[in-house]
Each structure stands twice: as structure tokens, then as C-alpha cells.
Design a protein around this ligand. Structure first.
Ligand code: ADP
Length: 282
């Protein structure tokens, strides 16, 4: 891992969130402590209701935590004045399931839109937009309108639009939930490319386990708690624990696990078909 990936961009200290409902209090987050390092891809997985969305909504104060602190670049968000908080929030680009594109604008105009609002020089904005569209693999679709794009393409345009404002991190809440397998792959590849080339920190929430195999670190949430943490290999080595939390393991990992159980000599935490083939050939 790069040296600069060791520095924390976001630190959560004792973060808690409770909701008062007509059926009593719901604890969505229970004393979460974690650090997200600058430049990393940080995956958060867990079943529906585990607290993932609440966690990211608390990170950027869309939701006020009930307890604990969010430290962004060394500063406590809750102690910030409104203006400072707004700036911090702008440094955290949010990407959701739905794509939020303007139907009457073409791809290039959509990516330029946030820069227009920020009164950026239009020539510079276009240059930046084109550069980002190239990174997400859509330079050839610059003049297309959202209705002419697949789901995966629309989400990549949305991501390029968020990246236009040069956020320090992007927080993606189930960005592929509405996509087919192809679209999911395209979006994840684009995100990895942006992470590599633009060095943006990525927080990726998903319930598709195979989407975090390229993350630097993975945290597993269950009932408002972090229950597992490690790199993908460490996490996916623990098939029984993952199953106990009701999580699906990538098929190839499961196959390797079953082979091992039946006496074949394969290592734990196989994440890709190539790894399994290599292990078996040896
Ligand atoms: P996930 O994103 O992992 O599916 P959420 O963060 O959406 O989980 O939800 C965690 C828990 O908090 C769930 O029990 C959910 O019902 C509850 N919750 C989330 N938002 C609210 C809210 N606004 N009011 C009441 N309960 C909520």
C-alpha cells in the first residue's frame, strides 16, 4: 500500500445514531470507531438494515449523529461553523443508487453542470469534463443524452459530475444496486480508475460481496456494529463467519472453500477464478 494511504482522511470516534420511532428507539449505529485512509478504497458490506446508509449519512452530516465524533482531515465536523461544514461536505462527493442526471442536457453538459453552478470558466470546465469522461470510459458518448445511455453509462456520467468538483473522497451508497452485471462491472472499473489516476478516496457501500474484492480494506456491519474488518483476503477467508451474518460469499471463494473442506489443498480467501486455477495447477 502507498505511504500516503496510511494517513486518515476520516475518523469516526464512538459514533452512534438512534432513531425515535412509534415502536420505540432504533439503534442504527452503536459505537462505531474506524479510520478511512487517504487514497484507499474502503468497502463497507452488510445486509439490509445493518446501518450502512446511516453510517455514510452521519459521515457527511446529512444525518446528525446522536453520539460520538466525525473527524474530517483532523477537524471535528460537529464543532465546525456552518460555512466550514458546508466546505467539508463539498469535499465529500455523494453517489447514490439513482443517477440524478438532467434529461435535457447531454453527457458533456451534465458533467459541466456543477462547474457552471460554481461559476468556473466554461472552457476549463469543458476540459475537465472531457478528461473525466475519458477516465470513466465515456469520451465517445459526450454528445449523447441520458435517455440514450445504459444504466451503467448513466451512473458513470453521474460519477464524473461529482468528480468535477474535485472532492477529496467519494461516498458511494449502493451505486450499482439498479444495474445489471455488466453495468456493475463498468461502474466499478471506472471507480478504480478514478481512484488510481485522481487519487480520490473511495468509500463504497454495497451488499454485493464480489464488489469489494478490489478494495484496500473491508468492514462488515451487522445490527449497527462493525463485526469484521480486514483486507478482502482476510475477510473472505472467514466463510463460516460471513455465512453466520447471512452474507453471500463470491462463488469462486465458496467453491475454493468447499474444495478445501473436501481435502483439496487450496489456500483460504481465494477471490478470483485465476487465483483458484493457479492454486489448483500447483
Ligand atoms: P442499511 O443501509 O445497511 O440497509 P440503514 O442505515 O438504512 O441500513 O438502517 C439501519 C437501521 O436504522 C434499520 O433498522 C432502519 O430501519 C433504521 N433506520 C434508518 N433510518 C431511519 C429513520 N429515518 N427512522 C427510523 N429508523 C431508521
Amino acid at each position: 500500500m502507498d505511504q500516503n494511504k496510511e494517513e486518515a482522511i476520516i475518523r469516526l470516534e464512538g459514533l452512534g445514531k438512534q432513531f425515535a420511532t412509534s415502536n420505540g428507539t432504533v439503534t442504527a449505529l452503536d459505537d462505531i470507531n474506524l479510520e478511512i485512509r487517504r487514497g484507499e478504497i474502503f468497502g463497507i458490506i452488510g445486509l439490509s438494515g445493518a446501518g450502512k446508509s446511516t453510517l455514510v449519512r452521519c459521515i457527511n452530516y446529512l444525518e446528525e449523529p446522536t453520539s460520538g465524533r466525525v473527524i474530517f482531515e483532523g477537524k471535528n465536523l460537529s464543532a465546525m461553523k456552518e460555512k466550514e461544514k458546508r466546505l467539508a461536505r463539498q469535499s465529500m462527493g455523494m453517489i447514490f443508487q439513482q443517477f440524478n442526471l438532467l434529461a435535457q442536457r447531454n453527457v458533456l453538459q451534465n458533467v459541466c453542470f456543477p462547474m457552471e453552478i460554481a461559476h468556473m470558466d466554461s472552457r476549463k470546465a469543458k476540459e475537465r469534463a472531457k478528461e473525466l469522461l475519458k477516465l470513466v470510459g465515456l469520451e465517445e458518448r459526450m454528445n449523447a443524452y441520458p435517455a440514450q445511455l445504459s444504466g451503467g453509462q448513466k451512473q458513470r456520467v453521474a460519477i464524473a459530475g461529482v468528480m468535477a468538483m474535485e472532492p477529496k473522497c467519494i461516498i458511494m451508497d449502493e451505486p450499482t444496486a439498479m444495474l445489471d452485471p455488466n453495468g456493475r462491472k463498468e461502474v466499478l472499473e471506472a471507480v478504480r480508475e478514478l481512484n488510481r489516476k485522481e487519487k480520490v478516496t473511495v468509500i463504497l457501500i454495497t451488499h454485493y460481496m464480489e464488489e469489494v474484492i478490489h478494495a484496500d480494506r473491508v468492514y462488515v456491519m451487522d445490527s449497527g456494529n462493525v463485526v469484521m474488518q480486514g483486507n478482502p483476503k482476510e475477510i473472505f477467508s472467514q466463510v463460516d463467519t460471513l455465512k453466520a451474518y447471512g452474507l453471500d460469499v463470491p462463488q469462486v471463494t465458496l467453491l475454493a472453500y468447499e474444495l478445501k473442506k473436501s481435502g483439496v489443498d487450496v489456500p483460504d480467501g481465494i477471490l478470483t477464478t485465476e487465483e483458484l486455477v493457479n492454486a489448483l495447477c500447483q
